[in-house]
Design a protein around this ligand. Structure first.
Ligand code: GDP
Length: 340
C-alpha cells in the first residue's frame, strides 16, 4: 500500500472512530480534505487544554509544509461592500486557477454570534465553490486571542493548498493592525464621496494601505472618479513606504464586476516588486518576530495569572501603587525578580 492509500485508509478508520491522531489530521489537511481541515480548525478555536495541545502539534507540522501563498488583508466600514468585493475578486482569482481561503477577524465576535462579519448569507456564490474555503471569525475574549487563532488557521489553510488567503476585518479600530500584521498586501475599501472621507478614517489605517479602492462606482461614476483622484492626492503626501511600493488608488463596482481585474493586477504587481526587492520575505520575517513576541507576552501573562504566589503579590503591589506607596516600575521589577 503506498503512502497516499495508507493515509486514506487511516482517515476512513478514524472517521468511524470520530477521532484523529496528529498525523491523521496533518495527512488529511495536506490531502485537501475539507472536513478534516474544519475539524482541525475547531481544535485551534477551542479553549480546552487537550485540544490546544493537539492543535499546537498540528500547526507545527503544517508549518513544515512549504507553500507559496499570497495573503491579502481587506478592511472597510460596514456596508462598504467587503463581502461583495471578496466574492467578486475571489471568483476572478478562482478562474485563474487559484485556491482561496477567506478568513476574518471580527472584533465583535466575542460579544454575540450575530457579529458584524458573521452573517451566514455572505459570499453565497463563493461558498459553493470547490476551491474556496470560507471560515467566519474565531470568537474570543480578546482581539489578541482572536488574531492569533486566525493566524494559526491561515497556516493550516496554506498547508491544505489554499494559495490565496483573504483576511477581512471591519474598520472599527485595532483589528486592522492585527490583519496588517499577518498579511502581505493590505487593501482599504472606501465609498465614493470626496477626499473628506479619509479624514474620518484613522490616519494609521490609511497609511497601512497598499491600495485604496473606491467601491460602488456604478452608482455615480463621476463622483467615484473624483473620489479616486482626491484619495490619490491625499496618499501622495504620505512618506514613501519601506516596500518602495507606491500606493495605488482604484475604483470598482464589486456588484457589477467592474474594475476587479485591475485590482488583482495591482496585487500581483505588488507581489512581483516586493519579491524582487526582498521586502516580501523581510516583512514575513518581521511578522513572525512580532507573533513570537506576542505569544511570549501572552504566555508570560498567563503564567503570572495562574501562579498563586505571584498573582497574590500582584494584588498587594497594585494596592501599594494606588496608595502612592510604590511606583509602577518598582512594582514591575519586584514581580520580575520573583520570576528569576
Ligand atoms: P460589507 O458590510 O462591507 O461586507 O458590505 P456588503 O458586501 O454586505 O454590501 C453592502 C451592500 O452594498 C449590499 O446591499 C451590496 O449589494 C451593496 N454593494 C456592494 N458592492 C456594491 C457595488 O459595487 N455597487 C452597488 N450598487 N452596491 C454594492
Amino acid at each position: 500500500m503506498d503512502r497516499k492509500e495508507e493515509i486514506k485508509k487511516r482517515i476512513q478508520e478514524a472517521r468511524k472512530r470520530q477521532m484523529f491522531t496528529v498525523d491523521e489530521y496533518v495527512g488529511g489537511i495536506v490531502k485537501g480534505d475539507r472536513m478534516i481541515l474544519a475539524k482541525a480548525i475547531t481544535l485551534i478555536e477551542s479553549y480546552k487544554e487537550e485540544h490546544q495541545t493537539i492543535a499546537k502539534e498540528i500547526i507545527d507540522k503544517c508549518l513544515q509544509i512549504k507553500s507559496q501563498s499570497l495573503r491579502i488583508g481587506i478592511t472597510g466600514t460596514p456596508g462598504v461592500g467587503k463581502s461583495t468585493f471578496i466574492e467578486s475578486l475571489g471568483m476572478h482569482v478562482l478562474r485563474k486557477g487559484k485556491k482561496i481561503a477567506v478568513l476574518a477577524i471580527d472584533p465583535t465576535s466575542q460579544m454575540s454570534h450575530g457579529s458584524i462579519l458573521g452573517d451566514k448569507t455572505r459570499m453565497e456564490e463563493l461558498s459553493h465553490q470547490e476551491n474556496a474555503f470560507i471560515r467566519p471569525s474565531a470568537a474570543g475574549t480578546s482581539l489578541g486571542g482572536v488574531a492569533r487563532k486566525t493566524r494559526e488557521v491561515m497556516i493550516l489553510c496554506e498547508a491544505a493548498g489554499y494559495d490565496t488567503i483573504f483576511i477581512e476585518t471591519v474598520g472599527v479600530g485595532q483589528s486592522e493592525v492585527a490583519v496588517h500584521s499577518m498579511t502581505d498586501f493590505f487593501l482599504l475599501l472606501l465609498l465614493p464621496g470626496g477626499g473628506d472621507e479619509l479624514q474620518g478614517i484613522k490616519r494609521g489605517i490609511v497609511e497601512m494601505a497598499d491600495a485604496i479602492v473606491v467601491n460602488k462606482s456604478d452608482i455615480n461614476p463621476v463622483l467615484a472618479k473624483q473620489s479616486k483622484k482626491a484619495y490619490r492626492n491625499a496618499v501622495h503626501l504620505f512618506p514613501q513606504k519601506e516596500s518602495k511600493w507606491v500606493v495605488k488608488t482604484l475604483m470598482c463596482s464589486a456588484l457589477q464586476n467592474e474594475g476587479i481585474d485591475a485590482v488583482w493586477q495591482t496585487i500581483l504587481n505588488y507581489q512581483d516588486l516586493t519579491i524582487q526587492n526582498d521586502y516580501f520575505h523581510q516583512k514575513r520575517q518581521q511578522q513572525s518576530d512580532y507573533w513570537f513576541k506576542q505569544a511570549l507576552q501572552q504566555g508570560l501573562e498567563q503564567l503570572i495569572k495562574n501562579h498563586p504566589q505571584i498573582s497574590q503579590e500582584m494584588k498587594l503591589l497594585k494596592q501599594q501603587i494606588f496608595q502612592g506607596k510604590m511606583s509602577p516600575f518598582a512594582a514591575a521589577d519586584k514581580i520580575i525578580s520573583l520570576l528569576k
